[in-house]
Design a protein. Structure first.
Lengths: 108, 112
């Protein structure tokens, strides 16, 4: 079993829809990262969370440490949001353990 | 905005050859990382580096791999004798502390 599980694996939405991507983990962590990987392969860090909730523009990330679960929400989705969204957890010191990613496609 | 850069963008090599992948982290960052992503698979941690020494390394990072910060700006990953299974995208990242990491664009390594 993977230490970090994401759902769904693939998600197709219409422009304007509210999107939720989930991440569950089975190990103790010190922080959780949400990353975006563009079709060309480049990776951008979106959030780092250790508790509560963070918001940046149309993106919101939440984490529930007790339930070992995090969600990434995108409000008013747009085709440019199409990318792979990756959850990664900081398990010890400096090691990030990554989920498989969620492929998001937003259609106009 | 400062960014992490990596060279080359694509490296093709023959099995058994040595390769050096180069990264220039963001200038005031102190923590450096290498990750790899085999095509179609998830990103995997290789190694972290701080204060001129390895902080942590994964099981993947065996004796064939080494990292170095040869000067004040470059951070390199060396693979001594490449194998077919080393073919992957290699990402460098840097951070100012153990927090948000900034990733480079990656080097695609193809081993023939």
């Amino acid at each position: 079993k993977n230490e970090v599980e994401q759902s769904p694996q693939n998600l197709t939405a219409q422009e304007g829809e509210f999107i939720t991507i989930n991440c569950s983990y089975s190990v103790g962590i010190s922080a959780l990262h949400w990353l975006q990987q563009h079709p060309g392969g480049g990776i951008v860090s979106l959030f780092m969370l250790s508790s509560g909730k963070k918001k940046h523009g149309r993106l919101i990330a939440t984490i529930n440490i007790q339930e070992k679960h995090s969600s990434l929400h995108i409000t008013a989705s747009h085709p440019r949001d199409s990318a792979v969204y990756i959850c990664a957890v900081l398990t010890s010191g400096s090691r990030l353990t990554f989920g498989e990613g969620t492929q998001l496609t937003v259609n106009p | 905005e400062p960014e992490v850069t990596q060279t080359p963008s694509h490296q093709v090599t023959q099995m058994g050859q040595e390769v050096i992948l180069r990264c220039v982290p963001i200038s005031n960052h102190l923590y450096f990382y290498w990750y790899r992503q085999i095509l179609g698979q998830k990103v995997e941690f290789l190694v972290s580096f701080y204060n001129n020494e390895i902080s942590e390394k994964s099981e993947i990072f065996d004796d064939q791999f080494s990292v170095e910060r040869p000067d004040g700006s470059n951070f390199t990953l060396k693979i001594r004798s490449t194998k077919l299974e080393d073919s992957a995208m290699y990402f460098c990242a840097s951070s100012s502390s153990w927090d948000t990491q900034y990733f480079g664009p990656g080097t695609r390594l193809t081993v023939l």
